[in-house]
Design a protein around this ligand. Structure first.
Ligand code: BEZ
Length: 401
């Protein structure tokens, strides 16, 4: 049954237009198909615009809009209209927020989100509704493993990707016994597990795994435990406001000199201005750095700086690439959102010169990318070396291929 003009594929639209008087009456009886009107593509942003991850959501949103502006404010030849929802990084609110976007606002594509717990609720609903969804941050491994789906793509990372290579980096630096500390939720636990996999493989051992309730930032009692245990080093995942507070508290506790601090790169990305001196010298692994020798990055950074009067960070890059990937799909389908197979095939085969370097997509629709070792120098995440080239997530349990 024809229930929505947006559901009408380009092929069926053309058939109706060319189908004589009966088809003409049918078109007169229903709203004219969106594509025939050059109606806007409806992009639903489900992102945190408040709370500890607010700056992450804002940067994803801004850079997505930047790429669309660079494409003449169009995707697949059609103008773009945005519907935004503040998900507050709150998993209990996620099903309602996602259902509103998909069923009430009838967006053509959902772009979201940041928090892994919120993401898993979105994945469930996207699978039930066959929604086209691009994940611009949340690393929840299952989204492109057991819960993968034809319409779900990720332009950020799986939680495994930035952390697994750090195991070897820290073992090569001579560390044998470490303590880990993170927030107790999917992202933190999966990142620590990935780091541990790499570290144990390289001969190290994780002596204690400290877990802080999300989004708490009272770290004193945990820092006391770290000081008592005297590990060779600490590995951590915190991001946004929590990362700022943790790095400052670690420094203020006087631990930096005796127990080196390492992390997934979120620890120092988009946070350095607020962390100041406390972050200097911290080494992290991530799929971006502030001074990459990548032509696309120089253009991207200059345009972002001009447009927003701010430095971009890894979250901006992920939002920019979400729009770039969607542009590939919609260009292939000439703006016809009903041509889902064409869109998905083109996105799966996309090879993009991202600001972070070359990216492509695995059969599970997760990004394949370089992971860089960085060190904070003079307030920048300086490139040290490639820790792992073109790293793909294992995609365990995904049956798309
Ligand atoms: C996550 O919840 O997946 C996440 C949040 C912030 C930074 C990185 C990952």
């Amino acid at each position: 049954m024809l229930t929505s003009s947006r559901r009408l594929s380009r092929r069926s639209t053309l058939k109706l237009i060319g189908g004589g008087a009966a088809a003409g009456a049918l078109i007169r009886g229903f709203p004219a198909p969106a594509i025939a009107q050059g109606a806007p593509i409806r992009v639903g942003f489900m992102l945190p615009y408040s709370g500890t991850y607010a700056s992450l959501g804002k940067n994803i949103d801004q850079a997505f809009r930047q790429l669309v502006a660079e494409h003449g404010d169009k995707l697949g030849g059609r103008p773009v209209e945005y519907v935004t929802v503040d998900d507050e990084a709150a998993p209990p609110k996620a099903p309602d927020n996602m259902t509103k976007l998909v069923s009430r606002d009838k967006v053509d594509v959902v772009v979201g989100t940041v928090h892994s717990g919120v993401q898993m609720a979105m994945v469930k609903i996207a699978r039930e509704n066959n929604t086209l969804m691009i994940i611009p941050n949340a690393g929840a491994d299952a989204a492109t493993r057991a819960m993968c789906a034809p319409g779900i793509f990720r332009t950020s990372f799986s939680n495994w990707q930035p952390c697994f290579p750090m195991g070897k980096v820290m073992a090569d630096a001579g560390h044998k016994k470490v303590v880990s500390i993170t927030w107790k939720y999917a992202a933190g636990e999966e990142m620590i597990a990935a780091f541990k996999e790499g570290f144990v493989k390289a001969g190290g051992s994780v002596e204690a795994e400290l877990l802080v309730p999300f989004p708490e930032v009272e770290f004193q009692s945990y820092l006391t435990q770290i000081a008592e245990k005297k590990p060779d080093a600490v590995f951590t995942f915190f991001a946004g406001g929590g990362a700022v507070k943790f790095v400052k508290d670690y420094h203020a506790a006087g631990l930096r000199k005796s127990i080196p601090l390492y992390g997934a790169g979120f620890l120092t990305d988009g946070t350095l201005q607020a962390q100041g001196e406390a972050a200097e010298g911290i080494q992290t692994t991530l799929h971006y750095a502030d001074d990459l020798d990548v032509a696309a990055d120089k253009t991207f950074r200059a345009a972002y700086q001009k447009r927003y009067n701010a430095e971009p960070d890894v979250y901006s890059v992920q939002g920019y690439d979400a729009a770039a990937l969607l542009a590939v799909g919609l260009d292939a389908a000439k703006g016809d959102t009903g041509a889902r197979d064409t869109i998905v095939k083109a996105m799966q085969a996309a090879k993009i010169n991202s600001p972070r370097g070359p990216i492509s997509f695995s059969p599970a629709h997760n990004i394949v990318q370089n992971i860089y070792l960085r060190e904070v120098r003079k307030g920048k995440n300086a490139f040290v070396r490639i820790a792992h080239e073109a790293l793909a997530d294992p995609a365990t349990g995904c049956r798309l291929a």
